[in-house]
Write a protein that binds this ligand. Sequence first.
Ligand code: BTN
Length: 341
Amino acid sequence: MPSPVATAGDSHWTDLHQDAIVLALLLECADDFVAGGMLCDKLDVPRAELLKRIDSLRARGYVIHTRGGLGYRLVEIPDQLGEAQIAPLLASGELGRKIHHFEELESTNDEAHRLAEAGALHGEVVVADFQTRGRGRRGRSWVAPRGKAVTFSVVLRPAIAPVRAPEITIAAAVAAAEAAREMGAASARIKWPNDVECKGRKIAGLLTELRAEPDRVRHAVLGVGFNVSLQMRDFPEELRPVATSLLLESGERQPRPLVCARLLEHVEEWLSLHETEGFGPVADRWRELSSTLGRRVRITGADPIEGDAVDLAEDGALLVRTAPGALVRVLAGDVEHCTLL
Ligand code: BTN
């Protein structure tokens, strides 16, 4: 059984929390120096304590420039995916409350299920630098090169009936698309049900798996694969026409822990909106971000059909008009986009 690479004890956690405050302030003014006096005031600590926090961040790979009289400027964030790197960048409440980091796993979804069965709390995250048997939707594999993607799974304990599980998938897709846009993939949209793509090229995939009894979800695992700094040559040849990455879309290399943190924050935001206000606002935002609605589509799978994608149903199904007056509810399958209507 693989063992975690990084875990946090209590005092370590306190340090991380202090570092997180410094980091958040430096990140807010990413292109500018932040005065040391201001940082001391916000932390309510003397200058010597601030220097310890700056040293601790530098020791963990953050490059922070100092200029006498001007203060501190964050120049580089480490690209490792450990809890020590992700947690200080994370402004969520429960998602990422504990991050189990592995250099290599078969699948983060499998490990998250194992942890959930052993009692892991809502929001615990499993992240891996590399998966040897990453799973995609519909029995496919998910392959991502070491060090260039973010692959993680979150244990969720939603208080909903199993039939409503697709709503979580839709909410997570909205979250991932919004995070992608915020990080520079401005054209990110959602292909039903939850592929995030930029002009027809996939940048992220989500896989939600349930462990449930007929009337109760024991837990769900939300797996996210996000292409961060892949160049076109990093994708297998057959995927090159249909894949992309944040680097290719934004032209900027984003640190993976920051990408992971932003994704978790957005997932938390949309899941909590779903919990408080129901599926309505989630579905509305999905419609706005959808690249599927308003298109001629072909649904492949057990029951292939072709028609016009007209709406998202209240339960997350795709409504496809196959002939005048004939509306088909699609609950599973792959969508091929044909023409715009
Ligand atoms: C898809 O688009 O088919 C879904 C891809 C989901 C991939 C992620 S990577 C992290 C998590 N672990 C897995 O084995 N799969 C998901």
